[in-house]
Write a protein that binds this ligand. Structure first.
Ligand code: KE4
Length: 412
């Protein structure tokens, strides 16, 4: 397997390490093949908000598996998960399940292009939406107008209609609109960026984005693959009070099994095959196993006080880290939203991709490795999010803060 992994970010190459192979995980803890145990803050990159192998999720998967793992035909569990999502995401009238976030965003963009009959799309530097060819685009040099592919194998023509804006910079979006007014189908954004590290939207940024896309007759797509059910039952669109036209989901809604989804207004979703001409399909989309894991997870998340507990616990960790950084006089930025955060080793405020890239990734690698050897697993990249789960308790947070003090002292 290239790099010994099935997804690059797990390879520890971003922290100059070799990947840890996990043998089992339970609650907030994970054990590797060498017998080491870790308090886990990767949480499978977001899905495991309840912690690993939550009994209600495991029971649901077992029960479903005994009745077959995939039928290639509709089943009740798909409707149950769809209903649970629509109960929380009021902007979604209709929803289509997929098996990954990449399929969800890829399909949402195709749908937006079909609905508006326009070809250009706008994404933001530093935002990641999965690996569809035309979304694998970093900033073009300087003017960030036409995207240039950031991976070989993507012909230039595939990304020429991908325009790049700067996160938290509404002017950069308006400049693109001015140049391509009636050619842009949609603006695709992570409402809280988490793939350049966590970067929250500045006050009014999402509201402004909603207004200018509405005025220009283009669709606003919220990629809530991470924020959906992470920030709360209604995701970022509820937290910030901004209603997108299409929402992409993933991660948490699958409870640790492969699920993605995209949904929106009936008028738009009615274009999706088989009722409409926009083709999109998937062998295992909506399979009863993944649906059952999702239903068990979202059902648990609807219990009273869940998010309050999760966010308070995360704040306890974040505040503790801030105190340590202050005590050790280490210049760092801590961006946190709900139960996710990133510690950037830079002295400038991190508000977009450019400022995120000022981070000292060598310091991050040292911090990561010191934590790992102390039995704490943070994400093996400066540009990812730390995720707390409902399985983490004050005990794990205390242990993490003690390890973080030593880890930071060492790199200082
Ligand atoms: P998947 O195709 O990996 O299920 O989802 C793609 C995706 C879409 N949108 C957002 C906002 C995402 O964060 C992701 C995937 N996130 C990465 C890391 N943050 C997953 C980890 C990996 O690539 O292994």
């Amino acid at each position: 397997m290239p790099g010994g992994v099935n997804s690059p970010v797990r390879s520890f190459r971003a922290v100059e390490g070799t990947p840890v192979f996990i043998k089992k995980a339970k609650g907030a803890w994970a054990w590797d093949e060498d017998g080491n145990k870790y308090i886990d803050y990767v949480a499978s990159w977001g899905p495991l908000i309840l912690g690993h192998a939550h009994p209600e999720v495991v029971r649901a998967i077992k029960k479903a598996a005994e009745k077959g793992t995939s039928y290639g035909a509709p089943c009740e569990k798909e409707v149950d998960l769809a209903n649970l999502i629509l109960k929380s995401f009021l902007s979604i009238d209709m929803i289509r399940m997929t098996s990954s976030g990449t399929e969800a965003t890829m399909s949402a963009v195709r749908l937006a292009r079909a609905y508006t009959k326009r070809d250009f799309i706008v994404k933001f530097e530093g935002c990641y939406h999965g690996h569809a060819d035309y979304l694998l685009v970093k900033a073009g040099s300087g003017a960030t107008t036409f995207g240039t592919p950031s991976s070989p194998g993507v012909p230039r023509e595939f990304t020429e209609r991908t325009l790049l804006a700067k996160y938290n910079n509404i002017q950069s979006v308006e400049n693109l609109f001015a140049k391509h007014r009636n050619e842009i189908a949609c603006v695709l954004i992570e409402p809280v960026a988490a793939n350049m590290g966590v970067v929250p939207p500045k006050k009014g940024f999402l509201q402004d984005l909603r207004k200018i896309t509405e005025d220009a007759g283009m669709l606003l797509i919220f990629d809530e693959v991470i924020t959906g059910f992470r920030l709360g039952l209604g995701g970022a669109q509820k937290t910030y009070g901004v209603t997108p036209d299409i929402t992409c989901l993933g991660k948490i809604i699958g409870g640790g099994l492969p699920v993605g989804a995209y949904g929106g207004k009936k008028e738009i979703m009615s274009l999706v095959a088989p009722i409409g001409p926009v083709y999109q399909a998937g062998t295992l989309s909506g399979n009863p196993l993944a649906m059952s894991a999702g239903v068990a997870t979202l059902t648990k998340l609807r219990e009273k006080g869940i998010y309050k507990r999760l966010n308070e616990l995360t704040q306890f960790l974040v505040e503790g880290l801030r105190e340590i950084l202050e005590k050790l006089h280490i210049e760092a930025q801590l961006n946190s939203v709900g139960s996710m955060f990133t510690l950037f080793f830079t002295d400038c405020e991190v508000v977009d991709y450019e400022s995120a890239l000022t981070s000292n990734t060598k310091m991050y690698s040292g911090f990561f490795k010191n934590l790992l050897s102390a039995g704490i697993m943070f994400p093996p990249s400066q540009f990812e999010a730390v995720f707390a789960s409902l399985a983490h308790t004050e005990k794990e947070i205390d242990m993490t803060l003690k390890a973080a003090y030593n880890a930071l002292k060492k790199i200082k």
